[in-house]
Design a protein around this ligand. Structure first.
Ligand code: CA
Length: 240
């Protein structure tokens, strides 16, 4: 893996995030900035809704305001962590509330930003959190002769660019973040669509078929009854 474009402003396009923020303007602003950066984004406006979504959906990272109605942010975070949920959480704190910050870290926050903040800084911190959580320190994943630039949403086969739609890219990128592991269709569906999308796992099959046409049938194996596995066909043992 090499980092080819360390200063790109784009996010990792295959990632699904949750924004929990009660201020409607800030919520809208955050969601649109994150969507522009290529993330799939869900939103919640109070602690109860946020707690529920965090417990029920497989987010890659969460932006959590601490001052929330219904259930406060620190309690929400404590409950997620007590439930064994390990997704990275970036907390938003009010200015001059250092004790809030401490409580947030004690509850299991991974990073924080003090309001007001620049969107660019939020994006940069989220990129770092998501990469750290995925165990990758750079934004380009190389699997054999295929390389996937998760920030620029580009794929290269033996150095030549391969064109794909954003859904195809999300799928491939998710598989490559978890290369050599069997990924079920429902896990793929959950990571590729947001909460409002009509989730039909048959569409995953269609996308897999299209991907195989573009990158070769020997890269994505079907594991009968379980799902799919991305492998490096050029490796001697067939592993990524
Ligand atoms: Ca608030």
């Amino acid at each position: 893996m090499r980092n080819r474009d360390a200063f790109s402003a784009q996010g990792d396009i295959d990632m699904r995030l949750l924004v929990v923020e009660d201020d409607p303007d800030l919520n809208r602003q955050l969601v649109s900035a994150l969507e522009d950066a290529g993330y799939v984004v869900d939103k919640a406006f109070d602690g109860e809704e946020g707690l529920f979504l965090g417990e029920s959906e497989p987010y890659d990272a969460i932006v959590l305001d601490l001052g929330l109605p219904e259930i406060d942010g620190v309690t929400v975070l404590e409950r997620w962590r007590r439930a064994g949920l390990t997704f990275p959480v970036l907390i938003l704190t009010a200015r001059d509330r250092w004790s809030e910050k401490v409580a947030g870290f004690d509850a299991g926050a991974d990073d924080y930003l003090t309001k007001p903040f620049h969107t660019e800084e939020l994006l940069a911190r989220l990129r770092a959190l998501v990469r750290r959580a995925a165990g990758h320190v750079t934004s380009t994943i190389e699997i054999g002769d295929m390389s996937i630039d998760t920030r620029g949403a580009r794929v290269f086969l033996d150095g030549a660019p391969v064109k794909m739609t954003s859904h195809e890219f999300r799928l491939l990128s998710y598989l490559s973040h978890h290369a050599d592991r069997v990924i079920s269709r429902s896990e793929l569906t959950e990571h590729i669509y947001d909460q409002d999308f009509d989730r039909d796992s048959n569409t995953i099959e269609v996308f897999i078929g299209r991907l195989r046409k573009k990158i070769g049938t020997d890269r994505i194996l079907t594991v009968r009854g379980l799902g799919y596995r991305l492998v490096d066909p050029t490796a001697a043992d067939g592993k990524a």
